[in-house]
Write a protein that binds this ligand. Structure first.
Ligand code: AMP
Length: 690
């Protein structure tokens, strides 16, 4: 029964996968999609469901496994002299034994003769080919489609040895896998989360994204590693010999200890031998894989004799002499008991599935990520459902699908909450975004440390002596719950003085810095609130427009109920819909209003720097060029702006004045050509001082 449906499913899977790949090509390479995103999503969803039901259908190159990174057209293409093949898979020990039998028959060996294999872990990373000419690393490529890859020489140069040693051949291409360790993957994702950038789904994607960077400096920072598992073109000034294992040893010596797979840490486990010994190595690795610092998804058995390899040749896109014995997909079924919402440091609401604990590939899992609202809707995940959980390597487990046949009759579609579960403020989802965000920035516990950090940062209130560590400490002590509490820290000065790492002087300095921060200009104050989309420039525009705190606050507090207030904002040059919406959301929260109000009582908020409309330069566009002697460039710019001038960086017909300092060059010439009025530094100072 199951066999029949598996056969049907396989046929459907193949058709679907082929269609999806075709649409991928149309979309990514030709920029000419033929179907809508929704239709495409539906096809992928169907494929995911099939794979969830019949995990044996899932291949590593299934469209469900190839995510993200479309081929970047900007990397030069390189045709491989010797194609980079893929590997055939075996999903069970039975299949492995059958393969061994087939090879024996192919080679005409007797029943009792054994083929010697070399088992290697299958690293779940990204394959590369690295070419050395006369001992120098000259070119690195990705596998691409096996025939043509991308030139990633600069990127690989940050990882690989630049030269070879000893009796190396004139041309040598080594092939291997680049990967990212679990630790690095976790760190990278933490950084990305803090910077509000999308996280990588797994170490493999992270490695791929890091290697295929147009700026190789980024690759360098990502700290990638590699393993070499084979070779490509080799000049005939050396003889390769007759054993895979021995030639790998030589490769290793040329690269002065290239990290080759056969060596690494597996030596004890992975020894050459007949198929049964290899299967044992596989079982041992299946047990031990959790202890490895990187992902492996199976064991590759390779015929050790190079003579046999030559005779066996290739079938389709894979060598006949190797097979990847895959680890079983780490999936399990369990009940989704609840969906909780977690609030990140920047206010993003992430749904987390609470599961009836289940063992997935030997690890107990009770939580899984559901990503976002759309993802829940796409999979139609409901509380009470039986879900299929998958662990891909080290990443947070994911829900890959549901078993609709087990759905309890009362299960209802999930509605994403519209309020923040931490602080009760309303949540918003901006156009074009997938995430809902909490708007209670100033009061939300989940975001408080981030907010405090921003509030005291240099361009905001600039309170020295309050770094992340101190903020976390004060927060944990319960002294600082919102930004307004900073101004009550005085009460705790004795305790602060006594704390580790603090003393008389540092406590005093902090108190002084806080006192000093009580005097703040409106633009800094607005910026310090950390309202989404309200950066320094927007804060300055607002402050200049409203001049004083009272006028500004009156409009802000009316935003959510007054169309006029919003229209007034809209009339400010440089302020658009996104900012207005964000301000409206922020000031609709009574909690936020309360904190702003409390701050007001603690601070002396000075009016925005006046824009003197009577100044002769108000409304004029000016350009500074050359070296100024009496003012720095930034001072000159700030002065001009405070007088209402617009400071531009290039000269055009619309420029009113060009102020030429010493050694002015092309801008001065352009001003002359265009007939723009040119002033010397003293002339300019005279003009603005009148
Ligand atoms: P597949 O991606 O299923 O076509 O499998 C082939 C790929 O597995 C190769 O292109 C390599 O990137 C990768 N691989 C990982 N470890 C090994 C290994 N020990 N030997 C050969 N290929 C490996």
């Amino acid at each position: 029964m199951r066999d029949a449906s598996l056969r049907n499913a396989r046929v459907e899977w193949q058709q679907l996968a082929a269609q999806i790949r075709r649409h991928d090509r149309l979309y990514y390479q030709k920029d000419a999609p033929e179907i809508s995103d929704a239709e495409y999503d539906e096809m992928r969803r169907r494929l995911e469901r099939l794979e969830a039901e019949f995990p044996e259908l899932q291949t590593p190159d299934s469209p469900t496994q190839t995510v993200g990174a479309p081929p970047l057209e900007t990397f030069a293409k390189v045709r491989h002299k010797i194609p980079m093949l893929s590997l055939n898979n075996a999903m069970s020990e039975e299949e492995v034994r059958e393969w061994d039998e087939r090879l024996k028959r192919f080679l005409g060996l007797k029943e009792e003769e054994n083929i010697v294999y070399f088992p290697e872990p299958k690293i779940d990373g990204l394959s590369f080919s690295a070419r050395y000419e006369n001992g120098k690393f000259v070119q690195g490529t990705t596998r691409g489609d096996g025939e043509v890859g991308e030139n990633i020489t600069d990127n690989l140069a940050t990882i690989l040895h630049p030269e070879l040693y000893g009796d190396f051949p004139k041309t040598l291409e080594v092939r291997g896998e680049v990967y990212m360790t679990h630790d690095n993957f976790r760190k990278l994702n933490e950084q990305r989360k803090a910077a509000d950038e999308p996280e990588f789904a797994n170490p493999r994607n992270a490695a791929a994204g890091s290697l295929r960077q147009l700026d190789a400096q980024i690759t360098r920072q990502r700290d990638l590693h590699y393993f070499i598992y084979g070779w490509g073109e080799i000049s005939d000034d050396i003889t390769i010999g007759d054993s895979h294992y021995h030639f790998m040893e030589r490769l290793r010596a040329w690269g002065q200890f290239f990290t080759t797979l056969h060596h690494a840490r597996y030596r004890g486990h992975f020894v050459r031998g007949a198929i049964e010994g290899c299967i044992e190595a596989y079982r041992a690795m299946l047990q031990n894989r959790q202890g490895l610092p990187y992902d492996i998804d199976g064991v590759v058995y390779k015929v050790d004799s190079l003579e046999y390899q030559r005779r066996l040749g290739e079938v389709g896109r894979a060598p006949r002499w190797a097979i990847a014995h895959k680890f079983p997909a780490e999936q399990a079924r369990t009940i989704l008991e609840n969906i909780d919402i977690q609030v990140g440091r920047t206010g993003t609401l992430t749904p987390v599935a609470r599961l009836k604990p289940v063992s997935v590939g030997g690890v107990m899992v009770s939580n899984a990520t559901l990503h976002n609202e759309d993802e829940i809707a796409r999979k139609d995940v409901r509380i009470g459902d039986t879900v299929i959980v998958q662990r891909a390597g080290d990443v947070i487990p994911q829900i890959v699908g549901i078993d609709e046949s087990k759905r309890p009759p009362h299960a209802k579609p999930y509605h994403f909450p519209k309020v923040c579960p931490v602080c009760g403020s309303s949540a918003v989802r901006e156009e074009g975004e997938v995430a809902w965000r909490c708007t209670g920035g100033l009061v939300c516990e989940a975001q408080v440390v981030e907010r405090l950090k921003h509030f005291v940062s240099r361009n905001a209130l600039n309170i020295d002596g309050m770094g992340e560590k101190q903020i976390e400490l004060f927060w944990k002590k319960g002294w600082v719950k919102t930004v307004a509490d900073i101004f009550h820290l005085k009460k705790h000065v004795d305790e602060i003085r006594q704390m580790e790492g603090w003393g008389e002087k540092s406590a005093k300095n902090l108190m002084e810095a806080i006192e000093h921060a009580r005097d703040v200009r409106l633009e800094k104050f607005i910026y310090a609130l950390g309202i989404r989309h309200v950066g320094e420039i927007t804060a300055r525009l607002l402050a200049r427009y409203y001049q004083g705190y009272e006028a500004w606050f009156e409009v802000m507090s009316a935003l959510h109920q007054s169309e006029d207030a919003r229209a007034a904002l809209d009339s400010i040059d440089g302020i658009g819909g996104t900012v207005i919406e964000s301000l409206t959301n922020f000031f609709s929260e009574s909690h936020n209003l309360e904190v702003v109000h409390k701050l007001r009582q603690q601070l002396r908020i000075a009016d925005a720097e006046a824009v003197a409309s009577s100044s002769p330069v108000a409304g004029k566009t000016v350009v500074f060029t050359g070296t100024l002697t009496q003012l720095t460039r930034s001072e000159a710019k700030a002065r001009a702006e405070s007088l209402g001038a617009h400071v531009a960086s290039s000269v055009s017909a619309r420029t009113d004045y060009v102020i030429a300092g010493e050694d002015a060059g092309s801008k001065l010439k352009k001003a002359r050509d265009l007939g723009v009025k040119i002033l010397s530094e003293p002339e300019w100072l005279e003009l603005i001082n009148t």
